[in-house]
Design a protein around this ligand. Sequence first.
Ligand code: NDP
Ligand code: GDR
Length: 337
Amino acid sequence: MKHALITGITGQDGSYLAEFLLGKPDYTVHGLVRRSSTLNRQRIDHLTSDPELRERFHLHYADLADASSLAMLVETLQPDEVYNLGAQSHVRVSFDQPIYTADVVGTGTMRILEAVRHLNRTKAVRFYQASSSEMYGSAPPPQTMETPFHPRSPYACAKLYGHWQTVNYREAYGLFACSGILFNHESPRRGESFVTRKITLGATRIKEGLQKKLVMGNIDSKRDWGFAGDYVRAMWMMLQQDKPDDYIVATGETYTVRQFLEWTFGMLDLDYRDYVEFDPRYMRPSEVDVLLGDPSKAKAVLGWEPEVDIHGLIKMMVENDLEIARREKYAQGYQTV
Ligand code: NDP
Ligand code: GDR
């Protein structure tokens, strides 16, 4: 039995990765959760409540800001694989909370790397670091493994620190440590304040008459959007190689937020221009204009291929959020179709 420890298990990627690993009969999954006053485990409820997984799925309290909790957890569990997905992951929010973001995202990575390095065991632990295309920032597209980084937010700077620490722990201590430079990936489980989910939730609520307008920031920026379910598979593949290395995971296609709006509203027979308003509140002090990743190394070495394209992704998210909007409407006492 392999033991995997996932930080960020309550998040989008953590939930998909846990599901993916538990789909393999030889994995026990341990998730790090932090204490909150209300439970925030909706994305993993189906796993915690599955009686068949009772022996193979466990949650433990710890925090990336708390080195001793990480050291204790890693020492107690003796994991074979550690996936560090925990983060204050919102770029816009990182401008409001730069020091907290640096602590959790940057130093937090260092804390868990230290816990892994000091683990008293002979068999090598495999470590995955959730790095980000945001590290490329203003570097011109396409961004490849050779493109120099130019981060444009406190979040991106903190991720870059985590990335280089991961590389350094590999080089200095021989740790099996991989940094996955993942471009944007979305799903029906995407956090509601990220742009794609904000759009699919807003458009479906507008369709059901629950909302009149959708207020947005810069809709001319371009992103390389994939499906989170495809991307967690790449994380696992990196840790199954003979040698540790870093990889870009992306689709190799880029679209504007405006196009995402057009396709989402179009799928609901609506014209986004009738509903979208601009609010400077959603602008960032420094924006990342175009992200377009080159996934050729991941494809060639890992054999990774994405299975969902942008239109499949939008369809999946719209169907999910239409269902949510209809339930909300029904709860309000309207007649539903
Ligand atoms: P989410 O924001 O959905 O999830 C973040 C997770 O981190 C949550 O489980 C959250 O817990 C946890 N977390 C936050 N702060 C702490 C802390 N102090 N200690 C322990 N855990 C903490 O992110 P995603 O799932 O989208 O992303 C996963 C990782 O991949 C993140 O590191 C992100 O920065 C990175 N990434 C994401 C990309 C994307 O497009 N999604 C692209 C590239 C990188 P809680 O539920 O309690 O808040
Ligand atoms: P990003 O994702 O910053 O790329 O980081 P996000 O969805 O927040 O923004 C994408 C682009 O959309 C523009 N935008 C808006 N964004 C939000 N959130 N809300 C709006 O109303 C809005 N209007 C326009 C943004 O300015 C931006 O250009 C995500 C996160 O998951 C990171 O953790 C991850 O590392 C990167 O993707 C890769």
